[in-house]
Design a protein around this ligand. Structure first.
Ligand SMILES: Nc1ncnc2c1ncn2[C@@H]1O[C@H](COP(=O)(O)OP(=O)(O)OP(=O)(O)O)[C@@H](O)[C@H]1O
Length: 262
């Protein structure tokens, strides 16, 4: 088991942000968290990263029970996180290579001396994620898509058990998005592949590697299970409260609004 939430609810400033979340993720599964704006996706990630604690319910993440073992940094060393808010935190003059290396120490900036092994690993990850040609370029000069690849390589440096990709395609054009999705698909082919958690509000980004999907709406689980069952015309029409159509093409779902007759 990678993590389990049982009856988890989160209240902030008097408002229930998440309610009665029951969710179990097993090794070998890769999940998408699909929800509209304000559904509670970020709140859920903050719980998994132990930045927040549940107001009610029980949580086990990577063998640590919330409320029993010391969490925080300890847990976060095993969770890789890539998000647009993280993108802003790096020093603009650090090179892509230095940023990837800093993943070994889970630090923003490089303050410790990396070993030869770390350096080799960083170069190999830069190659794997297709960023070797801009490895020496300053972070600030990289495009949005290039930055995301570098941050994924950085997250993989620490060999996390769980890799969370929080809307990684934000701001990418079609080609950059598809290239990034291809790189994400390659991650699960690694011998030490982490469990992937992919957060999105775009159905078409749900790749065939994502075996399971959780549909989150208004702080509650609307439905969860096998992606092929969740991403259907019937379930999504009910989820959106709007008649939609899902067509599968090349293993990917395409969403459109159903035409209603006048
Ligand atoms: N401190 C707070 N006090 C009151 N409401 C809050 C607080 N923090 C978050 N919320 C509300 O909780 C809901 C869920 O927020 P969250 O950021 O988790 O949504 P999200 O699914 O990540 O949305 P988005 O896709 O837009 O990023 C939102 O309605 C948000 O306004």
């Amino acid at each position: 088991m990678v993590f389990r939430l049982e009856g988890v609810s989160l209240k902030k400033d008097g408002k229930w942000i998440l309610q009665d979340i029951n969710w179990k993720v097993n090794k070998g599964e890769h999940w998408t968290i699909f929800g509209l704006n304000g559904a509670g996706k970020t709140a859920l990630l903050n719980l998994l990263n132990a930045y927040e604690f549940p107001t009610e319910g029980k949580m086990d993440v990577l063998g640590k029970t919330f409320g029993k073992s010391p969490l925080g940094e300890n847990l976060r060393m095993n969770i890789g996180m890539v998000s647009s808010s993280l993108q802003q935190k790096f020093y603009p003059s650090d090179s892509a290579y230095e940023i990837v290396l800093s993943g070994s120490f889970a630090s923003i900036g490089l303050y410790q001396t990396p070993t030869d092994e770390m350096r080799e690993k960083a170069i190999s990850l830069l190659k794997e994620l297709g960023c070797i040609e801009y490895a020496d370029r300053n972070y600030e000069t990289l495009s949005q898509g290039e930055k995301q690849r570098v941050l994924i390589a950085r997250a993989l440096m620490a060999e996390p058990d769980l890799l969370i990709l929080d809307e990684p395609t934000n701001g990418l054009d079609f080609i950059a998005r598809e290239n990034l999705l291809e790189a994400i698909e390659q991650i699960v082919r690694r011998a030490d592949a982490p469990t992937l958690l992919y957060v999105t509000h775009h159905v078409e980004e749900i790749l065939p590697i994502f075996t399971h999907t959780i549909l989150l709406r208004k702080g509650k689980i609307f439905s969860s299970g096998l992606t092929r069952e969740m991403i259907s015309t019937k379930i999504l029409s009910s989820f959106f409260e709007l008649l939609v159509d899902i067509v599968w093409q090349n293993g990917r779902p395409l969403l459109s609004k159903k035409k209603t007759r006048c």
